[in-house]
Design a protein around this ligand. Structure first.
Ligand code: ADP
Length: 308
């Protein structure tokens, strides 16, 4: 079982109606996208987040359940759902967030679930590590679970969310120290490790902090994984007609974890000695999953039957 830990929110997507501009509420959030993708890939998955008892909270929980994702570890609260209003300017999405005192942000230390032997991996994202009190709850959970379960993190750097950069960098370093798998985009890597060093050197820098496998994705230019001990494997990505890259990295991550699950190596001990060929195949499967996502509007990950 994979426990996805992080934000679930509602994207208010602009649509034209007879009376002019309107907004369509669609479930979203980086960790939510990954959980939905894992569910659609038939990987046993559970979601840990604060979710409102309001109408949108019910929409989020319903979407998770519809994808087969377990919701027992959702923490229901009277706080509102985070809303992200989307404005499209020159084809680029710009977001305005309403997340003051939101259900997702107002998690407390007592809300964190116990990590039993049924949880083989925990998945975290950088956006939910930006704002306390929830951010501390997630970080503490990662440190607590790391002794016996795989920890994966995608820092998903969004400079606009980071209120206290030195504190955030420290939190990321703490996560790197316990992360068995780190997935960064090339842009994230250049933000985390400043300077002109190449990506191999920067990945080694993350490994010196404690990270295990470091995956670097480069949009349509492929992805590579740096293994402990210096091995590196890479894949090119399928050539597709891109409609929308929202959720590409989130679903890539789900594909990577799904392949490890399929191969029986989604296990803390097995991962330490994982073969480079298995990692390469996992990158390839992840790229196929993400390639379907980018051909569709919004983060709409594929079902397993859609992967060739
Ligand atoms: P993020 O979405 O986290 O910023 P990337 O932009 O690197 O990360 O995209 C993640 C993955 O999504 C890539 O490794 C690739 O598999 C897939 N992807 C992104 N853009 C494209 C594209 N233009 N064509 C095919 N696949 C893509």
């Amino acid at each position: 079982m994979i426990l996805c830990c992080g934000e679930a929110l509602i994207d208010m997507v602009p649509v034209q109606s007879e009376s002019g501009q309107a907004f369509l509420p669609l479930p979203g959030g980086a960790i939510f996208n990954t959980a939905i993708a894992l569910g659609r890939l038939d990987v046993p998955t559970q979601f840990f987040s604060g979710v409102s008892q309001d109408l949108f909270g019910a929409q989020l929980a319903g979407a998770l359940e519809g994808a087969g994702v377990g919701t027992d570890t959702l923490v229901r609260s009277d706080c509102p759902t985070t809303l992200a209003f989307v404005a499209l300017q020159d084809g680029q999405a710009h977001y305005t967030f309403y997340d003051e005192n939101s259900a997702g942000r107002m998690l407390g230390a007592d809300d964190a679930p116990d990590i039993g032997p049924d949880i083989s991996a925990l998945y975290f994202g950088g956006i939910s590590l930006c704002a306390d009190p929830a951010a501390s709850v997630y970080a503490d959970l990662a440190l607590r679970a790391a002794g016996h379960a795989i920890v994966m993190i995608d820092p998903n750097i969004r400079p606009g969310f980071i209120q206290d950069e030195p504190a955030y960098r420290q939190r990321l370093n703490d996560m790197m120290a316990v992360a068995d798998i780190v997935k960064v985009s090339d842009e994230d890597l250049d933000w985390i490790i400043e300077g002109d060093a190449d990506h191999a050197t920067k990945a080694q820098h993350l490994q010196a902090l404690g990270a295990g496998v470091v995956i670097v994705t480069k949009g349509g230019d492929g992805a590579c994984a740096y293994l402990r001990g210096g091995n590196c494997v890479s894949v090119s990505v399928p050539s597709v007609v891109v409609v929308d890259t929202v959720g590409a990295g989130d679903t890539f991550n789900a594909g990577f974890l799904a392949h490890l699950h399929d191969c029986g190596v989604l296990d803390k001990t097995a991962l330490k000695t994982i073969a480079a060929a298995t990692v390469e195949h996992a990158l390839g499967f992840a790229a196929k999953v993400a390639a379907v996502t980018v051909t569709r509007q919004g983060a709409n990950p594929p079902y397993r039957s859609e992967i060739s």
